[in-house]
Design a protein around this ligand. Structure first.
Ligand code: EPU
Length: 417
């Protein structure tokens, strides 16, 4: 297991290039299962989760080859539509194979994901959707067993807009008979990216990015050739890093239109944004001011940025109220930030952050992906040398994080424990 050692207090300057989005790459890779043949996907980040879904596809009988941010998948020999527990327990997003497998093979056996550090995270809405499309779903020994002769189009309403649920059903509906309407669908950019990938395979999808998506099923899809969008959460994380270090960072290769809510909040607390030819320049204030934030489905403030924003608010002038409305247990970083001297209290889904002037170093424990990112953000501004243990959580979602930080002038190193 690796840990990161960060000596804080440096003003980070320079350029950083944003990688492809993990949460767009995973569903697009899963959608390769919808067609027989060779798919090529580019701008795929080199992350643990990408290799996990690659192993899963190989287990089904595909060939999966990752090289230099490009994935080549051959699905001609897929013959084993079963996703065992060993994959799903390491990566919940494995459940994204359920829709494609069911649509192409009429059957799938996929381990039911358990809860995770940030919440219970059920998949009842995915299963409800497949049932509406005519699938018979059974739960047996911790596995979802889904069977159908041919999926048929249906009107499906989500009680909660679910990102991977919308993606799973959009993939399934692309090969179903007739028209499917997904209502109260998730509107995240990753959903639009998957829709664009599916459209490039021959799917007929209208309205991705809006709350009603219409899919007219087709008989067959062709393999994908597609490039993944840049990661908006990595982009937002580097923005908060500019903010907390009083830095001056040019973020290259990002899509800032995916970060409206985040940018508006960061501007409110004193960050300055300038459009430049390569991307966006972000200038941090000498000390941020406080503001309140509530996480919401897109286009609201993303839950995946809540922890990093809280790290920034922990040194702000004034008090911030941060409400987490998406996941019931996404404040695991609070206890660690407190160990650095942050003044944060939590009641239910609300954290009250009373800004302190300085954070101090401490040995810290990463608990989940975005919590780890928030500890990195905090450590970059803290006095002394912070060690962050269990950094494998960070490696699931950030490509070459310490290399990118070093290039910006951070004092950071990775050490084997
Ligand atoms: N929900 C249900 N039933 C369902 C599905 C979801 O009750 O069948 C609830 C969840 O428990 C949660 C809410 O609906 O309270 C929204 O969850 P959603 O399904 O949208 O989350 P997800 O699809 O499992 C994706 C991202 C997460 C991100 C969330 C929210 C991927 C692979 N994961 O998860 O990313 O936090 O959307 O935006 O796309 C991360 O990257 O760190 C991460 C956790």
């Amino acid at each position: 297991m690796d840990k990161l050692i960060i000596r804080g207090g440096k003003r980070l300057k320079g350029e950083v290039e944003i990688s492809g989005a993990k949460n767009a790459a995973l569903p697009v890779i899963a959608s390769s299962l919808l067609a027989s043949g060779t798919s090529t996907i580019t701008r795929v980040p080199n992350l643990k989760d990408v290799h996990t879904i690659g192993k899963l596809l190989t287990y089904f009988g595909s060939k999966f080859n990752y090289e230099k941010n490009q994935v080549i998948i051959n699905t001609e020999k897929v013959n084993n539509p079963e996703a065992p527990y060993e994959f799903v327990r390491t990566m919940r997003a494995s459940v994204l194979v359920l829709g494609p497998l069911l649509a192409r093979f009429g059957r799938a056996r996929v381990s039911l994901p358990g809860g995770c550090a940030i919440g219970a995270r059920p998949i009842n809405l995915h299963l409800m959707g497949f049932e509406k499309m005519g699938a018979k779903i059974e739960l047996e020994s911790g596995y979802v067993i889904a069977k159908v002769k041919k999926l048929k189009g249906a009107s499906i309403y989500f009680d909660i807009p679910t990102v991977t649920g919308t993606e799973n059903l959009m993939m399934a509906a692309s090969l179903a008979k007739g028209k499917t309407l997904l209502e109260n669908a998730a509107r995240e950019p990753e959903v639009i990216d998957l829709a664009n990938a599916l459209i490039s395979m021959g799917a007929k999808i209208k309205g991705a990015g809006e709350s009603i998506i219409e899919i007219e099923g087709v008989d067959e899809l062709k393999p994908i050739s597609y490039s993944i969008i840049p990661d908006r959460i990595e982009t937002g994380t580097f923005m908060t890093i500019a903010g907390i270090t009083g830095g001056n960072i040019i973020i290259k290769g990002c899509r800032i239109e995916h970060l409206d809510a985040v940018i508006m909040k960061l501007q409110e607390v004193g960050l300055v944004f300038e459009h430049v030819s390569e991307g966006i320049r972000v200038i941090g204030p000498s000390r941020p001011t406080s503001t309140d934030v509530k996480t919401m489905p897109y286009p609201g403030f993303p839950t995946d940025m809540q922890a990093q924003f809280m790290a920034l608010m922990s040194i702000a002038e004034g008090t911030s109220i941060i409400k987490e409305t998406i996941f019931e247990n996404r404040f695991m970083h609070v206890a660690e930030l407190r160990r650095m001297g942050a003044n944060i209290t939590v009641e239910g889904g609300t954290a009250t952050v009373r800004g302190v002037r300085r954070l101090k170093c401490a040995p810290l424990m990463a608990t989940d992906l975005r919590a780890s990112a928030s500890l990195v953000v905090a450590a970059l501004a803290a006095e002394g040398e912070t060690s962050i243990h269990r950094i494998y959580h960070l490696d699931r979602g950030y490509e070459k994080m310490e290399e990118k930080l070093k290039k910006l002038g951070a004092d950071v190193r990775r050490v084997k424990e």
